[in-house]
Design a protein around this ligand. Structure first.
Ligand SMILES: Nc1nc2c(c(=O)[nH]1)N[C@H]1C(S)=C(S)[C@@H](COP(=O)(O)OP(=O)(O)OC[C@H]3O[C@@H](n4cnc5c(=O)[nH]c(N)nc54)[C@H](O)[C@@H]3O)O[C@H]1N2
Ligand SMILES: Nc1nc2c(c(=O)[nH]1)N[C@H]1C(S)=C(S)[C@@H](COP(=O)(O)OP(=O)(O)OC[C@H]3O[C@@H](n4cnc5c(=O)[nH]c(N)nc54)[C@H](O)[C@@H]3O)O[C@H]1N2
Ligand code: SF4
Ligand SMILES: [Mo]
Length: 681
């Protein structure tokens, strides 16, 4: 019996794995506090990929001329990869090699991947799929609070607040065990507000549901601020003592009276007044954002506007109140802290900070001057592949980019122009299927490593079974490439040793893990960072006495509404939004292969009024067209969506042939949640 955690989302539900003969069974682990034994369908069926006939168990090499793929040995595969990387580096310079990571990788892997890029390959060109996930919330939190920990409090604090506002989160489907907190909050007399263009299962659990036009959460927040100010509900003593910048915000929101907000957002002025009144009367209020609010070309500004709401109410730092982001991927939090991001070094240090470079270079045993600078962000990296001055080779660990990147047809064309594409994966994902070299790696139940969940709690996944023969861990693969390209230092492959090194590298940084050990995690059901020393208890709650900026104050930031990068017009008159369904995970590479999970393919959710107008019928195909591509899929006619909006899940190939690659100027996050489309029957 092994205590471990689910391989999927950021809740990182605790589970027990029990061996019964050749099978591995998922059982509850009721003592783990985050999920108290509950799992969603994806968690219960997570062992379905073990022994799957499509599981990769040998390295594969593609013949470029014939397109044929043949099995090969590990030494041959790694020699080939390293040989080509060295050639490309000699011909074009170190930045000719790109690395693409993932927020599902353990902390140890994310750390080693960053070190592989900076120390072994010498390239600045590394980034990861977290840019597409919570990066707008991260940049907003850094700006407002001086630190980015998705939730600055344990998730269970939700139950003790008075008013909870969920902006663009469908947690009843995206982290189902978390939905019990909403029920308990309501049982405690609290009030749940859900803001979403679709009346989701999460909205069904709300006391108040607002249904804005996609891409208008920002003016909605400005409208709330306008009313709070007009009602005299701003917490002036808090604003004076703990923040700066309120006056600029006050001036900016003066122009957002409720009727104007109604015109832009579609939310009735009376509903906006009711929300402001509810918030003004709450002792404790909590605002949580997720991808619905964040995955926009103005995602950072939108989150800042909602943080402004929380600050105006005097909430951040108060018990059971404040602002948080519901991070998404299994290690969405840790994945952004240890150096697989283009501008970062371990410990959430910035790569252009000389002191940070000195510290990390010392831990790595190399001169700081040899570390490259900041590289391109995820989508910009993909867009530059195979172009003049762009990378000629790409190593992918833990992402299925041809399915999950925006404007995916363009991304596929960039991959096709590479001299070398290497993909390390568990299964033949759509991206692995395009690779020159595919490297088969161990999956979660077969290896040990830490993850940091959405609360900033560092938890431990433990190995429960041996991997299939022929499969190696990512840490082995990284070390194998590093030594073959002539890395100046040896790369550890034992996860506990890598974690100890990561602890030293993070020491003194914002995300300080120096005091965390595998034993402590086992004993304490996880440890919250920052935890700088062995005798430090960890930090479940931040901001009680000060924020992380040097002066200890939070920043109000005044923002203006620009609207979606691609507004609707006569040719493309509808809003297209995208997202998730309960039974599938991300690009679907893993869950589409789990037999017990329904795999019905993409669908187009639309309102009966729209269906009527275009002559569409439930279950029959419709065609969604945008300026980038089209998708034919069955209509799902539901009265839970706005009549001017259609929704497509992105777990199958197709949605991202439609989506826009407009990026947020700060976080470089793509606008997955709104673009203009047309639909025909
Ligand atoms: N079942 C399942 N669970 C998952 C995942 C999965 O793939 N499948 N992935 C995990 C990951 S990585 C993530 S990031 C999280 C994401 O978790 P969520 O953010 O909860 O998921 P999404 O479905 O992307 O988006 C949430 C909601 O945003 C709404 N929305 C769309 N446009 C707008 C808008 O402009 N404004 C507002 N307010 N809402 C809008 C959508 O209708 C949708 O209901 O889920 C995690 N959990
Ligand atoms: N239209 C639209 N597109 C979106 C979104 C949206 O809401 N709408 N959401 C975006 C978001 S929030 C996210 S997080 C991304 C996610 O999209 P992806 O980055 O594509 O995420 P996954 O499908 O989880 O891909 C993980 C891949 O890594 C493999 N893998 C799993 N574990 C490991 C491991 O330990 N090592 C290695 N080497 N491989 C592993 C899996 O088999 C899979 O092929 O999609 C983004 N794309
Ligand atoms: S909620 Fe997330 S972590 Fe929990 S079982 Fe489901 S997918 Fe796994
Ligand atoms: Mo995500």
């Amino acid at each position: 019996m092994t205590q471990t955690h689910c391989p999927y989302c950021s809740l990182q539900c605790g589970m027990t794995l029990e061996r019964a003969g050749r099978t591995l069974e998922v059982q509850a682990w009721p003592e783990f506090p985050v999920n108290e034994g509950a799992l969603c369908r994806k968690g219960w069926t997570a062992t379905g990929l073990r022994g799957h006939r499509e599981r990769l168990t040998t390295p594969l090499v593609r013949d470029r001329e014939t397109g044929e793929v043949r099995a090969t040995g590990w030494d041959e595969a790694l020699d080939l990869v390293a040989g080509r990387l060295r050639e490309l580096r000699t011909s074009y310079g170190a930045d000719a090699v790109g690395v693409f990571g993932g927020g599902g990788l353990t902390n140890e892997k994310a750390y080693q991947l960053g070190k592989l890029a900076r120390v072994a390959l010498g390239t600045s060109q590394i980034d990861y799929n977290g840019r597409w996930c919570m990066s707008s919330a991260a940049s907003a939190a850094n700006r407002a609070f001086g630190i980015d920990r998705g939730l600055p409090f344990p998730l269970a604090d939700v139950e003790q607040t008075d008013v909870l506002v969920l902006v663009g989160s469908n947690l009843a489907e995206t982290m189902p065990p978390a939905a019990r907190h909403l029920d308990r909050l309501r049982a405690n007399g609290g009030h749940v507000v859900v803001i979403d263009p679709r009346r989701t299962p999460t909205a069904d659990r709300a006391d108040t549901f607002l249904q804005p036009v996609p891409g208008t959460d920002l003016p909605l927040a400005l409208g709330v601020l306008h009313l709070l100010d007009a009602m005299g509900a701003v917490d002036e003593p808090y604003v004076a003592a703990r923040t700066t910048g309120w006056d600029d915000v006050r001036r900016a929101v003066a122009a957002w009276w409720p009727e104007r907000v109604e015109r832009v957002t579609g939310v009735p002025a009376s509903s906006l007044r009711a929300l402001a009144t509810l918030l003004a009367g709450a002792d404790r209020a909590m605002v949580l954002t997720a991808r619905g609010a964040e995955q926009h070309a103005q995602g950072t500004d939108t989150v800042l506007a909602w943080i402004d709401v929380a600050l105006a109410l005097g909430m951040p730092g108060r018990p059971f109140a404040g602002y948080g982001c519901l991070t998404g991927q299994g290690n969405g939090q840790g994945g952004r802290e240890h150096g697989q991001k283009a501008d970062q070094l371990p410990g959430y240090r910035m790569i252009d900070d000389p002191a940070a470079r000195e510290h990390v270079a010392r831990v790595w045993g190399v001169p700081a001057a040899t570390l490259p600078g900041k590289g391109r962000s995820a989508y910009e990296l993909l867009g530059a592949l195979g172009t003049d001055g762009g990378p000629k080779a790409l190593l992918v660990f833990g992402s299925n980019i041809v399915v999950s990147a925006p404007n995916a047809t363009h991304v596929a064309s960039r991959l096709a122009d590479l001299d070398l594409l290497v993909v390390a994966d568990i299964v033949m994902s759509e991206t692995a299927a395009l690779a020159d070299v595919v490297l088969p790696v161990t999956q979660w139940a077969e290896e040990t490593g830490t993850m940091t969940n959405l609360e900033g709690r560092v938890i431990l996944r433990q190995r429960a079974v041996a991997p299939p023969e022929g499969v190696r861990s990512d840490l082995d693969v990284i070390a194998g490439i590093a030594s073959r390209v002539g890395a100046p230092v040896v790369f550890e492959t034992d996860p506990e040793a890598v974690f100890a090194e990561l602890g030293r590298a993070s020491s003194g940084g914002r995300a300080d893990y120096a005091g965390i050990t595998y034993d402590r995690i086992r004993e304490e059901n996880g440890v919250f960072w920052p935890c700088p020393t062995d005798d430090h208890p960890g930090t479940p709650r931040l901001f009680a006495s000060s924020f992380a900026h040097e002066d200890g104050r939070a920043r109000f930031v005044a923002v203006e509404h620009r609207g979606p990068a691609e507004p609707v017009d006569a040719a493309y008159p509808l809003h297209l939004t995208t997202g998730r369904v309960l039974a599938q995970y991300q690009s679907g590479a893993q869950t589409r292969r789990v037999r017990e999970l329904p795999d019905d393919g993409p669908f187009v959710e639309l309102h009966p009024m729209l269906a009527d107008r275009i002559g569409a019928h439930d279950g029959e195909p419709v065609v969604v067209t945008t300026r980038r591509g089209e998708l034919k899929a069955p209509a799902r006619v539901v009265d839970t969506i706005r009549p001017d909006t259609v929704f497509v899940p992105f777990h199958w190939v197709g949605a991202n042939r439609l989506t826009n690659d407009a990026l947020d100027p700060v976080s470089r996050m793509p606008e997955f949640k709104v673009c203009a489309c047309a639909v025909t029957a």
